[in-house]
Design a protein around this ligand. Structure first.
Ligand code: AMP
Ligand code: MG
Length: 343
């Protein structure tokens, strides 16, 4: 689909006047501002209520633009960029003085990617500046994967929202640090480790990237916060516990079961079906929709089960761990937790 050129120019004009534009990428919606303007980027933090130590990803539309905001790119890495860009892969580079410190939360390194979405690319191109854009949700909430949620959450806070419907992946970009001896995954995302290893070699997947370890010292600062969450309580339970809960009629109207088709199909409680266990890309694309639907419905608690941790499953489990308030392994503990939370 070709973006309307007037709509692109309208957005570019806002970016050039230090305003805020919510725009689609292939991953999630971004809350964008001129990445060269500290003033504009400060508005991103205020609007999102984002902690000042959680840096922003900068989006570029060309390698020339990448060179304006970075110094000393390793030629070997540069030669591989065409294999992942445009696409859902964010890489860290030494920043140039063109990037204000607020963008990187004072880090000497800037996170950059080239999005694979025609509207996003043309918006950057027409603006003539790189666009800093974190996910367009308010801090701690689920990322915004459809413009209808952006309108719900941000219509009074920004200058423009592109109403472009659902995004392609519905899951954030993969963040990779290529500066050390071994490529290190900082955030699992829409490009899987399995897809990246043939390009960059064996990738180290830390516990932080899995979401199984809460680092007291932030490696990638965003990782230490509660993240990606519904407002309501989400509980992660083992698969067998999920099956037991889903046939307990006492919980009808109280608990929403969020799970794979295989686990939802026998449930007598209401379910949000994420798709088949065998199709993790679909599960990943529906996860944030499920969290937002939980918040809209009457049930006060969501229950979800784990997914296998390969392919998209790595990102799925990272998000579920970050989003869930409790991890429970047997029915008795679940029932105790439920009465503890109260009604
Ligand atoms: P979001 O754009 O909301 O999906 O979040 C961006 C993620 O990128 C956060 O987890 C940040 O901590 C991470 N990030 C952005 N810039 C940097 C950087 N310079 N160094 C390390 N991580 C970064
Ligand atoms: Mg985010």
């Amino acid at each position: 689909m070709h973006p309307d050129s007037n709509a692109v120019l309208f957005g570019a004009n806002i970016i050039n006047n230090n305003g805020l534009v919510v725009f689609p990428t292939e991953t999630v919606y971004g809350l964008g501002a001129n990445a060269l303007s500290a003033y504009a980027c400060r508005k991103i933090y205020l609007t999102k209520e984002r902690p000042a130590d959680n840096p922003l990803i900068v989006h570029v539309s060309s390698l020339a633009m990448l060179h304006r905001i970075t110094v000393g790119i390793d030629p070997e890495i540069e030669s591989k960029l065409g294999e992942v860009w445009p696409g859902p892969v964010t890489l860290l580079f030494q920043k140039s003085d063109n990037i204000p410190d607020i963008v990187t939360a004072n880090s000497p390194r800037v996170a950059v990617r080239m999005p694979d979405n025609p509207l996003a690319l043309q918006l950057i191109e027409k603006s003539g500046v790189p666009i800093a854009a974190p996910s367009a949700n308010i801090s701690t909430r689920a990322s915004i994967t459809d413009s209808k949620y952006a309108i719900d959450e941000l219509k009074d806070r920004v200058d423009l929202i592109y109403d472009s419907g659902p995004t392609k992946f519905g899951l954030e970009s993969t963040i990779l640090d290529l500066s050390g001896e071994v490529p290190t995954l900082l955030r699992a995302g829409s490009k899987t480790v399995e897809e990246l290893e043939p390009i960059f070699g064996k990738i180290f997947v830390s516990e932080v990237a899995r979401g199984t370890y809460e680092s007291p010292v932030a490696i990638t600062p965003g990782m230490k916060y509660k993240h990606y969450s519904p407002v309501k309580t989400l509980i992660l339970v083992d698969e067998n516990v999920f099956d037991e809960i889903s046939v307990n009629s006492d919980l009808k109207g109280e608990v929403l079961m969020i799970g794979s088709t295989e686990h939802c199909k026998n449930s007598i409680l209401d379910t949000f079906d994420l798709g088949s266990m065998g199709d993790l890309r679909t599960v990943a694309a529906k996860l944030f929709i499920a969290f937002r639907e939980l918040d809209k419905r009457n049930e006060r608690i969501g229950v979800i089960h784990p997914f296998p941790e390969y392919g998209y499953g790595l990102a799925i489990m990272n998000r579920i761990r970050k989003a869930s308030s409790y991890k429970i392994q047997n029915l008795k503990d679940f029932e105790e937790k439920l009465s503890e939370i109260g009604s």
